[in-house]
Design a binder for this molecule. Structure first.
Ligand code: NAD
Ligand code: UD1
Length: 309
């Protein structure tokens, strides 16, 4: 294994910090570039001498060029993860979610770094799933600036693949959950919000009738997948969905949480959020055939890990 680091952009965040832990555990050196807008230094084992944290912005091209220098590969996870934040402030989130990706591509080209993992999103499909399992060839219908920026980022990565030999592994994450997902904003991941409020005995709000569905993936399972993609000798072209082909409604999720906690506080149903996707479920055949996906962590076990955190 080469001693040159893996750069993890967004490495102080929820998913990124789990990837950093896994990389360090496998013996890699790791460099994190994160502006700490939602990530936290406390998510990182900063005492580990094989970990370097650069606090800065992926929209800063000169900084990204310095951060990529000497790295053997990049995991590009930095982005404003809240879809709603992109609706409220498209100009600012575009800097992180799109310009940041272009800067990473260009810095990799200049330094001759080839392998890059990219965190795209199921959001690129908009409502085109219509409740069926969505495969990667489903027409794209990005409904928000977040989704437009993810799709544009995918296309830039593909341009750099064709033109400059980059080796992108593009993943369209469905809904990832687990410890360190920050519940502090109303637009945080639903599981992190429900668990925090249930633990504190605070009322829970469901937007809509609770019958909307998501395909939830435990963060530990995702990280195993990212490691495999990093180490595969040859990557196939085109994005892969990351989901379990399993639809869980919010009402089912609440029942699971009640089962793990032994009860629930008051649950109130209010109007659905404008533009909210009704059903989202991954066809994951491509994921399974390319990367494999060992037995996924059951929802109840993932929730228990989250509670123990
Ligand atoms: P997160 O907010 O915990 O992590 C994002 C990290 O990026 C944070 O540490 C943040 O400080 C950092 N960041 C944001 N803008 C930056 C910038 N301009 N420069 C440098 N750092 C910046 O969210 P997460 O859930 O861990 O998301 C990680 C990635 O996965 C994101 O790209 C997100 O869009 C994508 N994703 C997440 C989900 C999910 O369900 N959590 C689903 C699909 C895609
Ligand atoms: C999530 C991710 C997004 C990713 C997408 C891919 C976050 C914050 N968002 O968006 O980055 O690209 O998956 O599939 O990680 N809800 C409630 N009550 C609440 C909070 C939410 O009812 O208190 C509802 C929402 O209205 C929605 C569902 O729960 O119907 C899921 O919401 P959320 O966790 O924000 O996820 P997505 O919008 O699917």
């Amino acid at each position: 294994m080469s001693d040159s680091p893996i750069l993890v952009t967004g490495g102080a965040g929820f998913i990124g910090s789990h990837l950093v832990d896994a990389l360090l555990a496998k013996g890699y050196a790791v460099r994190v570039l994160d502006n700490l807008s939602s990530g936290k230094p406390g998510n990182l084992p900063l005492e580990n001498p094989r970990l370097e944290l650069i606090v800065g912005d992926v929209a800063d091209a000169a900084l990204v060029l310095r951060a990529v220098a000497g790295c053997q590969a990049v995991a590009h996870l930095a982005a404003v993860a809240s879809v709603q934040a992109s609706v409220d402030d498209p100009v600012s989130t575009h800097q992180s979610n799109f310009v940041g990706t272009l800067n990473v591509c260009e810095a990799m080209r200049q330094h001759g770094v080839k392998r890059v993992l990219f965190a795209s999103s199921a959001a690129v499909y908009g409502n085109n799933g219509e409740g069926l399992a969505i495969d990667e060839d489903t027409p794209k219908a990005p409904l928000t600036p977040y989704a437009v920026d993810k799709l544009g980022s995918e296309q830039y990565l593909d341009f750099y693949r064709r033109q400059h030999g980059l080796e992108p592994a593009i993943f369209r994450f469905f809904n990832i959950f687990g410890p360190r997902q920050d519940p502090s904003s109303p637009y945080s991941g639903v599981i992190s919000i429900f668990i925090e409020r249930a633990q504190q005995g605070l009322p829970i709000t469901v937007f809509g009738d609770g019958e909307q569905t998501r395909d939830f993936v435990y963060v530990g399972d995702l990280v195993g997948l990212l490691l495999r993609a990093l180490e595969l000798p040859v990557l196939e072209v085109g994005a892969a969905n990351v989901g379990l082909n399993r639809a869980t409604s919010l009402n089912q999720l609440l029942a699971e949480i009640a089962g793990v906690l032994g009860g629930l506080p008051q649950v109130t149903y209010v109007a659905a959020r404008a533009g909210d996707i009704r059903h989202s479920r991954a066809n994951n055949q491509r994921l399974l055939s390319r990367y494999g996906f060992p037995e996924p962590t059951p929802m109840a076990m993932g929730l228990a890990q989250l509670l123990a955190h």
